[in-house]
Design a protein around this ligand. Structure first.
Ligand code: NAP
Length: 157
């Protein structure tokens, strides 16, 4: 099973200068709650921006660079992203796709569910979440917080 977790604003902005365009501790707490003790996937740009792997999660890092090495027991490098996603889709264990834009775009056709933090307003940004058709998904739950709303989508069968 493949899940995706993202915070995007009303124009689907997700990033600015290599980081998020906002500071939302409640969203970071939500991200931690959902992904803790699970496998997570991210692109090399997002991974390197974090400085170190997130604790209590196994991180799969996508790069096309066959020389890239990151020696850590909780990190696995992925070169063939498409095959990796195809193989993971049949597993019972959930993989959480954690960005950035490049990886979200390629993973979107494979995802069974999405956790979207819809950040209110529009922000200056240089990186955007891909367009998606809400009709392809059902809303499992919605939680309204002060600066954003958490929407849990599941893909229609
Ligand atoms: N708001 C949010 O929830 C959220 C979440 C995550 C990230 N972000 C933001 O997103 C931005 C970064 O996104 P990004 O799109 O620039 O970078 P990214 O998706 O994190 O990483 C892109 C890299 O992934 C590797 N890659 C891409 N396609 C691949 C494939 N098919 N096979 C193997 N490797 C592949 C490439 O690495 P190589 O160049 O090494 O080959 C590519 O340069 C930042 O601003 C970050 O803060 C926001």
């Amino acid at each position: 099973m493949i899940s995706l977790i993202v915070a995007h604003d009303e124009k689907r902005a997700i990033g600015k200068d290599g980081w998020m365009p906002w500071n939302l501790p409640q969203d970071l707490a939500h991200f931690k709650r959902v992904t803790l003790n699970h496998a997570i996937l991210m692109g090399k740009v997002t991974f390197e921006a974090m400085k170190k792997p997130l604790p209590k999660r196994h991180t799969y890092v996508a790069t096309r660079n066959s020389d890239y090495v990151y020696a850590h027991e909780a990190v696995t490098i992925v070169h063939d992203l498409d095959s990796f996603l195809k193989q993971w889709k049949d597993k019972e264990e959930c993989l959480y796709v954690c960005g950035g834009a490049n990886i979200y775009e390629q993973a979107l056709p494979y995802v069974d569910e999405m956790w979207i933090s819809l950040v209110y307003g529009e922000h200056e940004a240089d990186t955007f979440f891909p367009a998606y058709n809400q009709e392809d998904f059902i809303v499992v739950s919605k939680e309204e917080l002060q600066d954003f709303m958490i929407i849990h989508y599941r893909r229609k069968k």
